[in-house]
Design a protein around this ligand. Structure first.
Ligand SMILES: [Zn+2]
Length: 240
């Protein structure tokens, strides 16, 4: 199948979402992230395709708080982060918070990256319209906004990824990887600003959610780190 080759070439380390979350659980188990007393928050794009990941998270850690706007950039602002942190269980001691940040990309049945064939449609369309628009804006320049229209999520996504590299990204994969780094930086900036670690252990996992035809979504893992009661942030290796 052509999509398998694309997946192997572009994201050779990607694994099905269940395998990825098994690895996350295994890394967190020794750190006392007991599922019953752990709260999850998820930053994924608004696209309905991304809910596959959210459902898997809900199966393990109960329904998560949704952080994400277009491109998986957290869009809830300081007030929203405060609300999310206030939902973390605290019975029995310190709270435990897991945060996931995952921009997404698709592969269509012909193996084209960035395209997805959606239900009851007869031709593939861009998986992430926000990423496609951002790539075009960065490569070709930004058109002035239409007066009276607010596009703040797309504007913020574009600004954050533009700050992360020299010049425009070459393609959708580079842009999505940059978005992944931007999401991670945003999440830690908010968590640090609110000093979440004083009340709870915090673990942040970032990567890319990849939609493939006829199979579970795959996850390309980019980073994981945990912050405990002493406030230091430690990388958290995931098993291979
Ligand atoms: Zn999207």
């Amino acid at each position: 199948m052509p999509y398998r080759r694309t997946l192997r070439e572009e994201f050779p380390e990607a694994v099905p979402v269940g395998t990825y979350l098994d690895r996350v659980s295994a890394a967190l188990d020794p750190l006392d992230f007991v599922p019953e007393r752990t709260f999850a928050a998820v930053s994924v794009c608004r696209d309905e395709l991304t809910e596959h990941f959210t459902e898997h998270v809900a199966d393990r850690w109960n329904r998560p708080f949704m952080l994400g706007g277009l491109g998986a950039v957290p869009s809830l602002g300081r007030t929203g982060w405060q609300a999310a942190l206030s939902h973390v269980p605290h019975e029995g001691g310190r709270g435990h918070l897991i945060v996931f940040g995952l921009p997404h990309v698709g592969i269509d049945p012909e193996g084209r990256l960035g395209q997805s064939l959606r239900r009851h449609q007869n031709r593939p369309t861009p998986t992430c319209g926000a990423m496609v628009a951002t790539l075009r804006a960065l490569q070709e320049g930004v058109e002035p906004p239409t007066p009276g229209l607010d596009d703040h999520e797309a504007d913020r996504l574009r600004r954050l990824v533009a700050e992360l590299g020299e010049g425009p990204p070459a393609d959708l994969v580079e842009l999505t990887r940059r978005a992944c780094a931007a999401v991670e930086a945003e999440m830690w900036a908010e968590l640090e600003a609110l000093a979440a670690w004083k009340d709870m252990d915090v673990a942040v996992f970032c990567g890319i959610q990849i939609h493939v035809p006829h199979r579970d979504d795959h996850i390309w893992h980019s980073s994981a780190a945990v912050q405990g009661a002493d406030g230091t942030r430690q990388p958290l290796p995931l098993a291979k």
